[in-house]
Design a protein around this ligand. Structure first.
Ligand SMILES: NC(=O)c1ccc[n+]([C@@H]2O[C@H](COP(=O)([O-])OP(=O)(O)OC[C@H]3O[C@@H](n4cnc5c(N)ncnc54)[C@H](OP(=O)(O)O)[C@@H]3O)[C@@H](O)[C@H]2O)c1
Length: 320
């Protein structure tokens, strides 16, 4: 079997580093020729992958001279907007972690366990959903298999790593470089900028993406906040259904979908560096209304692991 040519743009970032780690864990990297692209800040540094030093390379036109089978992008919206179409035009499957292409009709927005069928040989740009959307969608998808959903209200408590390496450094060093309001000692009840509808970027992402992934038109209201913890997003979720609910049936469905159900509380520190999604404190508000918390690692389940699952599918289906 030939080695697969893979590039990771943003290889020195939180998501990029995790993609490399998961490719190693999944024993995929040994069958890959890997190229690692970064900005001029990290270019020239070397990192150890599978006992071999790999140089981080400045992303420029030279990268387009190489032919890649798969390119992971985790370098922000601007870099993706500029470069993703160019790698796709050269024939690579591009798995993009940014928000740049998620809205486009022809671009599949994929959580493999839910809608991997949207990825075809011709879908060259594949969007990885937003981190807070992924864990919510996995649970709502499970619920939708046994009940019809009428309305979803979600409030998030999102970790600082969700805003990248610079933000995590602000948390560790009590600085305000990346998060100007100061994340130490604060809950910041807005993530991204405000849109005309009064919702912020992160809230609009959740409300749009959930329906695109599940192919539904649910009534969804999201409120998002950044909290001063390093890893994992916790979400408080209210769901209104069309009929009386049975909590036992929901628990059984969560189990079937490999979602951890915790009778007590699921802590972010327990879910950190894990691929699973956990649900806890499932309760009934009325006959057809429930509330619960969802927790997952934003860097893994909310980004890198999801991207690697998509890559695995592409390798098995289109590259072998
Ligand atoms: N963090 C999360 O939980 C999460 C979850 C889902 C999606 N995402 C998305 O994933 C992307 C990356 O997030 P992150 O948290 O990993 O950010 P990050 O830690 O700040 O890393 C950003 C990466 O982009 C690279 N980069 C910056 N400018 C570049 C350029 N001009 N050319 C090439 N590379 C460049 C950086 O390289 P240098 O080291 O050289 O600066 C670094 O490797 C973002 O689009 C984000 O929205 C993040």
């Amino acid at each position: 079997m030939r080695k697969i040519d893979v590039a990771i743009v943003g290889a020195s970032g939180l998501v990029g580093e995790k993609i490399i780690q998961i490719l190693e864990e999944e024993n995929l990297i040994e069958n890959m020729n890997i190229a690692l692209y970064v900005s001029n800040k990290s270019a020239g540094k070397e990192i150890l992958i599978e006992n071999k030093m790999h140089r981080l390379v400045f992303l420029d036109e030279g990268a387009l001279e190489r032919k890649f089978d798969i390119v992971f992008f985790s370098a922000g919206d601007e870099i993706s907007s500029l470069w993703v179409p160019r790698f796709a035009e050269k024939g690579a499957f591009v798995i993009d972690n940014s928000n740049a292409f998620r809205h486009l009709e022809g671009v599949p927005l994929v959580i493999p366990e839910i809608n991997i069928d949207k990825v075809s040989k011709n879908s060259k740009i594949i969007a990885n959903p937003n981190c807070s959307t992924i864990e919510l969608a996995i649970v709502i998808n499970a619920l939708s298999k046994i009940y019809e959903i009428k309305k979803i209200i979600v409030s998030t408590y999102q970790s600082v790593s969700g805003a990248g390496k610079g933000a995590l450094s602000d948390l560790k060093n009590n600085t305000k470089f990346e998060i100007p309001q100061g994340i130490c000692g604060n809950v910041i009840p807005r993530i991204g900028s405000l849109s005309e509808n009064g919702f912020c970027t992160e809230e609009n992402k959740i409300m749009f993406e959930l329906n695109k992934i599940l192919n539904k038109n649910y009534s969804i209201c999201a409120s998002t906040a950044r909290v001063p913890i390093p890893y994992c997003h916790t979400e408080s979720v209210y769901v209104k259904l069309t009929e009386n609910v049975n909590l036992e049936d929901i628990m059984k469905e969560l189990y079937k979908e490999n979602i951890i159900f915790n009778e007590d509380i699921a802590l972010s520190s327990e879910l950190a560096d894990k691929n699973e999604v956990a649900v806890c404190r499932l309760r009934k508000f009325s006959e057809n209304e429930i509330a619960f918390f969802v927790v997952a690692d934003n860097l893994r389940r909310g980004a890198s692991y999801n991207a690697v699952l998509i890559a695995k599918h592409i390798i098995n289906k289109f590259l072998n």
